[in-house]
Design a protein around this ligand. Structure first.
Ligand SMILES: [Fe+2]
Ligand SMILES: [Fe+2]
Length: 191
């Protein structure tokens, strides 16, 4: 599973982000088709669903710790960062609900459809706003640094959705050591 989370060239954060968005879209489409065909949750959905959860939890956590801070400080796009984090928060709440639903099969198709819409809209929003900003205003060396930080955080992220992570105390307890390591690495390289 970590192969998917860590997939993509470390050359450029835009490549890593794009690859992960594409992978998430592919899994969502696969789940969508299965649900449309059988109108319920099936055993074959467990693998893709688990991969999707892991991918998205890691992806969003890494964006919140590596991409959005750059957006806020360096690129002075704080309002955009806040809007996108709000969308992620809503997606995370839906995902936490979905994860708890394994016993309540009836609600799963509707909850999955709502989650899919939220995730697709969020990915598109990022692609139309954040990606061009990174491309135009972050030099390649910076994007490469962001790519390695992003993959590092993604690899350490929790594997389940928490409705409030990582901005909650729980999320920060898990990701705190990761942040500290990134800060140390940054300080060392910027000296
Ligand atoms: Fe995101
Ligand atoms: Fe994203």
């Amino acid at each position: 599973m970590s192969a998917e989370i860590g997939s993509g060239s470390v050359d450029d954060v835009l490549i890593v982000l794009t690859n992960q968005h594409e992978r998430a879209r592919a899994i969502l489409a696969e789940l969508h088709e299965t649900v449309a065909a059988v109108a319920e949750i099936t055993r074959d959905m467990a693998g893709p669903f688990r991969e999707l959860v892991q991918l998205l939890v890691a992806h969003e956590a890494a964006e919140e710790l590596v991409v959005y801070p750059t957006l806020k400080t360096e690129l002075e796009e704080g309002r955009l960062a806040e809007a996108l984090m709000g969308e992620e928060h809503e997606a995370k709440q839906l995902l936490a609900k979905l994860e708890k639903m394994s016993a309540g099969f009836f609600e799963f198709p509707d909850a999955l459809a709502a989650f899919e819409m939220k995730v697709l809209a969020h990915a598109e929003h990022e692609e139309q706003t954040v990606f061009p900003l990174l491309e135009q205003r972050c030099p390649p060396a910076e994007r490469q640094k962001m790519a390695s930080d992003f993959l590092y955080v993604a690899a350490k992220a929790p594997s389940h959705a928490h409705a409030h992570s990582p901005e909650s105390a729980v999320g920060n307890a898990v990701l705190g050591p990761v942040l500290a390591t990134i800060d140390r690495v940054r300080d060392a390289t910027h000296r």
